[in-house]
Design a protein around this ligand. Structure first.
Ligand SMILES: [Zn+2]
Length: 350
């Protein structure tokens, strides 16, 4: 059993969805169901051929006076308005000193064309400060919600008196007093309420920040999880990971060793060259003779290398700079290798 059911209305839900026909059931002041409703309700309303919509919020009204005596706030409530905002255009009735009441009514009448006679009849002035005015509003049962802004015309009148209605500029002290009234720090409860709202908002934003941090760290965790997955998920991946690293280390060691060998060979080759120069100067005559007789001949050149090798002065049996194409020993592939190694080592050693 629902409290109320609005039947067969054309619903426009305010979200931008297309309109549709349905019933709306209400229980304990809240919408309990939308659709085809067969259950009964204490109060049934036939809305066939009518629109059923969320309540309208009218953000610009001047109900400041009427709100103190009319619980219905007609005609706005007749039109589907469920919340009105008042205190617009700087006109309203609080804060107010007794001697300024008529002035504020005249101001409202002058600016908004609301009959001063009705306001004088209706308002009973149970307040002076703005919070007291809010207390009065709160004490009246009402059909729709009201939101009250502090009207700056009333503040100016409260602080400047008659001078408020002239071009006379407020003094610095008056400006400061108006600022205090606007914030209304004189009303402790209101100030505490405001502070509490601000504190709650700050607390909430802190919680939000923590939540965002959690989400970010979750992303980070996922990244680490991917890494850990490769390292640890199944021995398959793990072994590949380790094997790959071992292989890489092995290759690296080989390269290091190779470079050592290359460098060593290069040094030896240099030394051999020096020794050859020295030997050649010692044996100039015989070399010249050999060169003359067969310098262009491979056999003679190889014999020369053999001599060098046999004498131990050319320990690697390698070719030397400038000798390419002339000194080619049998089984010469090793010598050629040595030459290549020498060249690449020179490049590497720059
Ligand atoms: Zn206005």
């Amino acid at each position: 059993m629902y409290d109320s059911i609005v039947r067969n209305g054309t619903i426009i839900d305010g979200t931008g969805n297309p309109r549709f026909v349905a019933d709306i059931a209400i229980k304990d002041g809240k919408i309990a169901k939308i659709g085809q409703i067969t259950d009964p309700a204490t109060n049934e309303i036939d809305a066939k051929g009518k629109l059923v919509t969320p309540g309208w919020v009218d953000i610009h009204t001047h109900y400041d006076g009427q709100a103190t005596w009319d619980p219905l706030l007609a005609p706005s409530s007749w039109h589907g308005v469920t919340t009105v905002v008042m205190g617009n255009c700087g006109v309203g009735f609080a804060p107010v000193k007794p001697e300024d009441r008529d002035f504020l009514i005249e101001l409202m009448e002058g600016v908004e064309d609301i009959p001063g006679a009705a306001l004088s009849e209706g308002i009973d002035w149970q307040w002076e400060s703005f919070p007291e005015y809010l207390d009065t509003l709160e004490s009246i049962p009402r059909a729709i919600d009201v939101a009250a802004q502090v009207p700056h015309g009333a503040i100016r009148a409260y602080v400047m008196g008659e001078r408020c209605n002239t071009d006379y500029a407020p003094t610095q002290a008056e400006v400061e007093e108006m600022a205090i009234i606007k914030v209304d720090l004189s009303n402790r409860d209101e100030a505490i309420k405001t502070l509490k709202v601000e504190a709650d908002a700050a607390h909430q934003s802190m919680i939000d920040a923590v939540e965002r941090a959690k989400v970010a760290s979750k992303d980070l965790d996922e990244l680490f999880a991917h890494r850990d997955f490769l390292k640890s998920e199944g021995d398959r991946f793990h072994n590949e990971f380790v094997a790959g690293k071992e292989k890489a280390d092995e290759v690296h060691q080989k390269i290091v060793k190779m470079m050592d060998e290359v460098n060593e060979a290069r040094d030896k080759l240099k030394m051999a060259r020096v020794e050859r120069e020295s030997w050649m100067s010692d044996h100039n005559d015989s070399i010249n003779k050999m060169m003359k007789t067969g310098a262009e001949s491979e056999d003679v050149a190889n014999a020369l290398v053999d001599t060098l090798l046999d004498s131990g002065t050319l320990t690697f049996g390698g070719t030397m700079d400038g000798d390419e194409g002339r000194v080619v020993k049998r089984g010469s592939s090793r010598k050629k290798q040595m030459r290549r190694v020498d060249v690449s080592a020179s490049r590497t050693r720059k």
